[in-house]
Ligand binder design. Structure first.
Ligand SMILES: [Zn+2]
Length: 224
């Protein structure tokens, strides 16, 4: 409906909550659930949803129906099926670095990012809003794990140890990490960017070499 430009009664786009409320609204059946909301505070007259504080009454045939019972029930069955599917859907497991790395510039946490098959962590503000809003520099996850292992004096990185021993990590500057351990120790570590020569394959070097030559050629042409 949104892609067709259709809107709700107030002119706003449809949301999943909107559809859910429409599909399960017994009013279309000609019935009415009474006391769905109630006035919690008689001074402010604020209404609240009745979540079991007061009894609800289901009144039938309070007004003419616009949907027959069979269609309504079929819709309820689909809603139930979808809810069941959602419940059984596998959720990505939370990383031990989630909510642990702090951006010094905006105070937000770092968020996991995957691009071109490499996994890294970068400031959430930078990722969501762009570089105008925060300075961000991606930390490769492999570096993060290697430094955490080093700080914890482990031969191999252990997520459980990271969770148990490191309270949080701050990023005071590019390529610089400060580990705050739960035992009160504060340990600084720096890391180096992988040099191009290390990370580039011979094919990539060849391509770069060719395009550098091309640039040179076009420059000399312009000068003439
Ligand atoms: Zn930031």
């Amino acid at each position: 409906m949104n892609s067709q430009g259709k809107t709700g009664a107030l002119g706003k786009p449809f949301s999943s909550a909107h559809i859910q409320a429409t599909l399960t609204n017994e009013k279309y059946l000609g019935n009415a659930m009474l006391q769905k909301t109630f006035v919690r505070d008689h001074l402010s007259k604020r209404r609240a949803f009745n979540q079991g504080e007061l009894p609800k009454y289901y009144a039938t045939e309070t007004h003419p129906a616009i949907i027959d019972e069979e269609t309504f029930e079929a819709a309820q069955e689909i809603v139930r099926q979808h809810a069941e599917e959602r419940k059984n859907r596998a959720r990505p497991t939370k990383s031990e670095f989630t909510s642990k790395i702090l951006c010094p510039f905006c105070g937000e946490h770092y968020k996991r990012v995957t691009n071109n098959g490499t996994i890294g962590w970068n400031c959430r503000t930078y990722q969501d809003k762009g570089k105008r809003y925060c300075h961000g520099k991606k930390i490769p996850e492999s570096i993060l794990k290697a430094l955490a292992a080093d700080v914890l004096e482990l031969q191999c990185y252990e997520p459980a140890e990271m969770k148990a021993c490191i309270d949080h990590i701050e990023v005071p500057a590019d390529n610089h990490l400060t580990f705050f351990l739960k035992d009160g120790r504060v340990i600084e570590r720096t890391w180096a960017d992988r040099s191009r020569s290390e990370s580039w394959t011979p094919a990539m070097k060849e391509k770069a070499h060719k395009s550098a030559l091309k640039r040179k050629e076009s420059k000399s042409c312009q000068q003439m």
